[in-house]
Design a protein around this ligand. Structure first.
Ligand code: CDP
Length: 637
């Protein structure tokens, strides 16, 4: 569950968004098939692209990733894919499922392709039919024309091919991407009127960049030479579909959002979404390097076909209620077969929030109206979750039942959303107290909260609560996914000094040596941090500020805090204080806290560090009163 805090001020921000999913997955395929080593810059690290990386590795491609620098280095196989025998797992990723099928055939041995339940429901009949015509043997493990399927391209040969592209153009992109590495040249004819045409253009343009020769002999007929690909240093554009949520927020809140690196010459069709915003009344500025949207006083409804940029249809749906006139979208019947039935999903959820909305089969119609508080079901569909987040930013009381599905294409989505709140968050009365284990932060925070009338939040107790549950449920603290699921599920409630987790009093348990031993491992998990950080920010927003203590409050949670304090003391003094409190031997505690400090300071995600504008306080030899006074002389509510 995630209740979305509404914006308190219109955003004004230049955003650096992560790389495009569609471009990253195409670039991965092209680089894998190419001759030589390619480096992909600003690559997206999300479930869909990790799925692709994993599948390509199982087909013998060497891929090195550097998530921190958003870089992927791919040693191309020059078209010679070789299965290591492991089944390919495409998770929930449509592009991976489709792009990998002809690639699996290129491996010329039996390869099993499987994935998460959601992808097993999505049909791939057209692509399987074309592959069969190319001599590929396909055996379905379950339902006909669905994954899981065993693909064997031992008898692979190239024919004149016809592809029907009325439901999805991903089939065609899949065939095109693999075509230059086929045994012979390929001649492809398209039947029907292609949906999502810009994605085809993207495929063709990227194939060209990686040195392929594709000729459009005449309209809807392509000739692709079997000349292979050449490695490239390739810069991936920021994701235009993800950008739509931020542009929409600007238009709705009369704010300003610029997405850097997404220029008017972008190869992503979804930039057309800003044309609709412009029609509705927003001001749009486009240049080579960026697109900027500014909201105005005018927001009128639109009637448009979104056939070419349907991924942004849910984004339009959440803007429509705020327009002065009704809006309708057509040409997108095929999005009923995406991660969810997206037309039905947006219509149902808007209706739940008191908005008049209608499913027209081919699209939807939405009336202007006022959004009521309510819980939105996300259908495990990242685009539904992200679109309704936008609605939550401009209305009161919107809650998402499962926000984590954004990880499919934008794992840090809510961090970017928090950047939209920076203007409003600057007004909060925040005192950030950070420091190593046992430096006296909690006692200080309590004391200062008392003096100032603010409330205090012990963020360490939140990490400890997750750790306590991990122990209680016998989970391996290093099992990232299971630990994240716990952080996501549990409710942590503070009542004075008491801590309740899922209703159970865990005040003493969370301070136990067992929890001390695992908490730093749990806290090094970026997924856990992101969930708890969100809760901490929300806690402060609801109160207009507060005293927050932990490890990353001044550096990451509230870098714009009114005052940042870094409290420390010698390890011996800290151990002595803890030993007096708990009655445990000092030596044992010294080992424990220095061990924790080491992990906390060296983890990748928000390590314990001193913000350069923090007030440094060494509490060695000082009383709490003395330190509190020092801080209070610099902090005013
Ligand atoms: O009370 P003590 O200083 O021993 O630790 P705490 O504040 O209760 O925090 C326990 C652990 O949670 C730390 O060792 C960190 O691993 C983690 N933590 C964190 O990573 N970030 C925070 N903001 C607070 C705590």
């Amino acid at each position: 569950m995630l209740s979305i805090d509404p914006l308190t001020k219109p955003p004004s921000i230049d955003l650096k968004l992560p790389g495009s999913k569609s471009i990253t997955n195409r670039a991965l395929v092209l680089a894998a098939l190419a001759k030589g080593t390619s480096t992909l810059h600003r690559a997206l690290f999300a479930e869909d692209t990790l799925a692709m990386i994993d599948c390509l590795r199982k087909l013998g491609v060497n891929i090195a990733t550097d998530e921190l620098n958003e870089e992927i280095v791919v040693t191309g196989c020059a078209g010679q894919l070789r299965s290591n025998g492991d089944p390919l797992w495409v998770r929930q990723s449509g592009t991976t499922a489709r792009f990998i099928m002809p690639l699996a055939a290129l491996a010329q041995t039996e390869v099993l392709i499987n994935g998460d339940p959601q992808i097993l429901k999505r049909p791939h009949g057209e692509l399987f039919d074309v592959l069969k015509k190319m001599g590929v043997e396909i055996r379905f493990e379950g339902e006909e024309n669905h994954l899981p399927a065993r693909i064997n391209g031992a008898a692979l040969h190239v024919e004149k091919l016809h592809v029907n592209v009325e439901q999805s153009s991903q089939y065609l992109s899949a065939l095109l991407l693999s075509a230059p590495c086929m045994p012979n040249d390929m001649a492809l004819s398209l039947d029907g009127d292609a949906v999502s045409m810009p994605y085809l253009q993207m495929t063709l343009s990227m194939m060209n960049t990686f040195g392929a020769s594709v000729e459009e002999v005449k309209k809807n007929q392509f000739h692709i030479r079997a000349s292979g690909y050449k490695a490239k240093d390739y810069e991936i554009e920021p994701d235009a579909s993800t950008a739509s949520y931020f542009f929409a927020t600007a238009a709705l809140s009369k704010g300003r959002v610029k997405v850097e690196g997404l220029g008017k010459a972008s190869i992503q069709g979804d930039i057309e979404f800003v044309d609709l915003l412009e029609q509705m009344g927003a001001e749009v500025t486009r240049n080579e390097q960026a697109i900027e949207v500014r909201g105005t006083d005018v927001l009128q409804g639109v009637h448009a076909s979104m056939k070419n940029f349907s991924d942004t249809a849910p984004t339009l749906a959440v803007i429509a209620p705020s327009a002065s006139t009704p809006s309708s979208v057509s040409g997108i019947g095929f999005i009923a077969y995406k991660e969810s039935d997206r037309i039905a999903a947006v219509v149902t959820e808007l209706q739940k929030l008191g908005i008049e909305a209608e499913d027209n089969g081919d699209g939807f119609t939405i009336q202007p109206g006022t959004v009521k508080p309510g819980i939105v079901h996300t259908y495990d569909d990242h685009r539904i979750a992200m679109a309704f987040t936008v609605l939550g930013l401009i209305s009161n009381g919107v809650t998402l039942d499962d926000p984590e599905c954004v990880a499919k294409t934008a794992p840090d989505f809510f961090e970017y959303v928090d950047q939209l709140r920076l203007e409003g968050d600057q007004e909060l009365a925040i005192l950030a107290i950070d420091g190593p284990a046992g430096s006296g932060k909690t006692s200080l925070a309590k004391r200062i909260a008392n003096e100032t009338g603010l409330e205090y939040l012990d963020t360490g107790a939140m990490y400890r609560s997750v750790a306590a549950k991990v122990i209680e449920e016998g989970i391996d603290p290093e099992d990232k996914e299971l630990v994240i699921a716990i952080a996501n599920r549990i409710s942590i409630v503070f009542e004075g000094e008491e801590v309740f987790v899922e209703g159970d009093r865990l005040t003493d348990t969370i301070r136990s040596p067992q929890v001390n031993a695992v908490v730093s491992y749990v806290a090094a998990n970026p997924g856990v941090r992101s969930i708890l950080r969100r809760a901490q920010r929300s806690w402060a927003r609801k109160r207009g500020g507060g005293v927050l203590e932990g490890r990353d409050i001044g550096t990451v949670v509230f870098p714009q805090a009114r005052l940042k304090v870094y409290v420390t003391a010698t390890p011996e003094e800290r151990a002595k204080r803890r030993s007096l409190e708990s009655g445990r031997p000092m030596e044992e505690i010294l080992q424990e806290i220095t061990g924790r400090d080491k992990i906390d300071s060296s983890r990748m995600d928000s390590p314990l560090s001193i913000s350069n504008d923090a007030l440094m306080v060494d509490s060695t030899g000082k009383t709490i009163d003395e330190v509190a006074e020092e801080i209070l002389s610099s902090f005013h509510v």
